[in-house]
Design a protein around this ligand. Structure first.
Ligand code: ZN
Ligand code: ZN
Length: 140
């Protein structure tokens, strides 16, 4: 999705919404369920363009502890100012959107902060059932 500097200069403020389907291809360990809605507002500000990006969608990932698949809402709001010379005549907003999503992803995906994980002895998902194994390290 691209926007031209000319258009922003003419209108002072340009708002656009689109659904991005190619985002999921760049994210390795998880998947963005479609549709991922992107809303961008470009505002002329001196010799800069102020960009506000709002991303909302549903992320599907596997929990690092219990390995179960889970869905998580993502809601990202990012703002930044870009100078005209960096902005160029035509600007590809998709790149910015990718970066924002990547930066917002956690180092570890957990289905919940309190996920108990899988018993290393018997392999049971401890979120669903207790097991009688005595593990030395209770928190894994
Ligand atoms: Zn889990
Ligand atoms: Zn067990």
């Amino acid at each position: 999705m691209t926007i031209t500097l000319k258009e922003i200069k003419e209108k002072k403020k340009v708002e656009m919404s689109f659904y991005e389907s190619s985002i999921k291809e760049i994210i390795k360990d998880c998947e963005l369920k479609e549709p991922t809605k992107i809303n961008c507002v470009f505002t002329l500000k001196g010799d800069k363009v102020s960009i506000k990006i709002e991303i909302s969608g549903l992320l599907s990932a596997n929990c690092d502890r219990c390995l179960e698949n889970f869905n998580k809402d993502i809601n990202i709001v990012e703002k930044r100012d870009i100078k005209f010379d960096e902005f160029g005549e035509e600007f590809d907003i998709s790149e910015e959107v990718f970066q924002d999503i990547l930066l917002s992803l956690p180092m570890k995906f957990l289905c919940s902060e309190t996920c108990k994980g899988i018993c290393p002895e018997c392999g049971k998902n401890l979120n669903y059932e207790e097991c009688s194994c005595k593990t030395t390290d209770e928190h894994g």
